[in-house]
Design a protein around this ligand. Structure first.
Ligand code: GDP
Length: 299
């Protein structure tokens, strides 16, 4: 909880300052409510949520006004209500061995880091884990995953740079099966510069995994960087066309004042949100909890 509140400070401080500025001296009128909407849109909550919050704030209070704390409480309640349905833990089906988790997302979104953190979490829960360096396009990505493997004591299946990613994923699944591994985490490339190639590669990885296990991947996580704001919406649309996205991980909530994007994503897609990243360290991956997030963001 403290990691979450300190991580979310940039979004919550920006919002909280605006709310304090808007509601401390000024009387509650249509202009104030519009300014509140603008503040929420700037924090990437999206128009619908911004309007719903301002309506809730304005409702019947024109006469007596409203304090900044009351506004924050209304905001927190609206955010919690919007996020409650999508806050779902990542369920690992023990009957699937290995339980195959594919991670997708644009370069730099935080896929590799998230996989390292996740490997550590799963191992701490007593599971055996294997990592597959499926971003074969960048040597640095392979090396980075190996570093995370060493740091978390997790074996890493990797090939040479430029190797076929689907072939590597297939080999990794075979190895994980052979070793009786509980969870296989597969990294992928995310070069948006070549969208057609990217989509074809992801489709091929899924196809090849299914040759070995018709149910695989058992989870496909789209990793999104909160700092890109509204752009995250189009990334969901794009990746949904190439892979069976089953849930989201939102990273870098600590580095942005745009944390409201999670609310906009929930409203638009309703995809489960499993984890949020609030820093670069191995511990900085939090299971997503709507109430905690709502309280942290509203300040
Ligand atoms: P990938 O290209 O998607 O695999 O992205 P990386 O895992 O390499 O991450 C890109 C950069 O973002 C790295 O410098 C990470 O340390 C950083 N990063 C990843 N997740 C977080 C997070 O939750 N918070 C912060 N502040 N940085 C993060």
């Amino acid at each position: 909880w403290s990691r979450l509140t300190s991580g979310m400070r940039r979004t919550s401080t920006a919002l909280s300052d605006r709310v304090t500025g808007l509601f401390t001296k000024r009387k509650l009128d249509a202009t104030t409510l519009e300014d509140l909407e603008d503040a929420l849109i700037q924090a990437d909550f999206g128009l619908d949520t911004a309007m719903r919050v301002s309506e809730a704030v304005g409702k019947g209070r024109y006469e007596k006004g409203i304090s900044p704390d009351e506004v924050r409480a209304i905001l927190a309640a609206e955010v919690e209500r919007a996020l409650e349905p999508v806050a779902q833990p990542l369920a690992i089906d023990e009957a699937r061995k290995p339980f195959v988790i594919l991670t997708v997302g644009v370069n730099g979104a935080g896929k590799t880091t998230t996989l390292g953190k996740l490997a550590s979490k799963l191992r701490a829960e007593g599971r055996t884990v294997m990592l597959a360096a499926g971003d074969t396009f960048r040597a640095a990505a392979i090396d980075q995953l190996k570093v995370w493997g060493a740091r978390t004591g997790t074996p890493v299946v990797s090939g040479a740079q430029g190797a076929d990613a689907a072939g590597l994923a297939f080999d990794a699944l075979k190895q994980a099966e052979g070793a009786g591994t509980d969870v296989l985490l597969i990294d992928t490339a995310g070069r948006l510069q070549n969208k057609v190639g990217l989509m074809a590669e992801l489709e091929k990885i899924v196809r090849v995994l299914r040759k070995q296990d018709p149910e695989a991947p058992h989870a496909t996580l789209l990793v999104l960087d909160a700092t890109v704001g509204q752009n995250a919406l189009s990334q969901v649309e794009l990746f949904s066309q190439a892979a069976p996205i089953s849930g989201l991980v939102m990273t870098k909530l600590d580095g942005t004042a745009r944390g409201g994007i999670l609310v906009a994503l929930a409203a638009k897609f309703g995809l489960p949100v499993h984890f949020i990243g609030v820093g670069e360290g191995v511990e900085d991956l939090e299971p997503f909890a709507a109430r905690d997030f709502a309280r942290a963001i509203a300040g």
